[in-house]
Design a protein. Sequence first.
Length: 222
Amino acid sequence: MTESVTAPPLINVVVADDQASVREPLAMVLALAGDIDVVGTASNGREVLDIAAGRPVDVVLMDLRMPVMDGTEAIRRLGETHPDVAVVVLTTFADDDSIMAALAAGARGYLTKNAGREDIARAIRAAAAGQSVLDREVRDRLLAAVTGARDSTPEEPLPEDLTPREREVLALIGRGLPNRAIAEQLFISEATVKTHINNLFAKARIRDRADAVRRAIAAGLA
């Protein structure tokens, strides 16, 4: 007698891009991945929020420059209204301001449109599992930004009174993990994660999550 194998649940994905010539073919390609179900497509951030309000969504593949509501604002609002929805940015823009703004808003991954189909599918799976994926160009720019900041203004070292747990939390923020994924990885509550974040931000004078990513990379934690 053979045992039946239960297939893993499909990852519900929304593809958001203001160009139909990009989003529709991309949606069709992703649907061939086997474990991805494209439950909607959107031409702007407002449509993304409407879709998320009406059906289960696990991951949004989000362009940044869109009319009505841009991708960065949509990421921020999703974080407020649907914190369980992960966002992977897929855009032609890899400048420092776009990257930092998207990460600060809560994006879990950042890819440029040079990424191949398998790279995109892999980033979606990682985001659904609470992990972060930055493509090489984006990570290189983050490292360059940290190095440039260090060259012009020496990076302030992390304070010695950071606890081991606070350093762990900072390292996970540096990898792009949201609070829920950090809580699951460290086996603590989200409320405790927030307390650690508030403490380490105050001690290290960290401004926001994007600044935390830079500090974690500069300190060799991420």
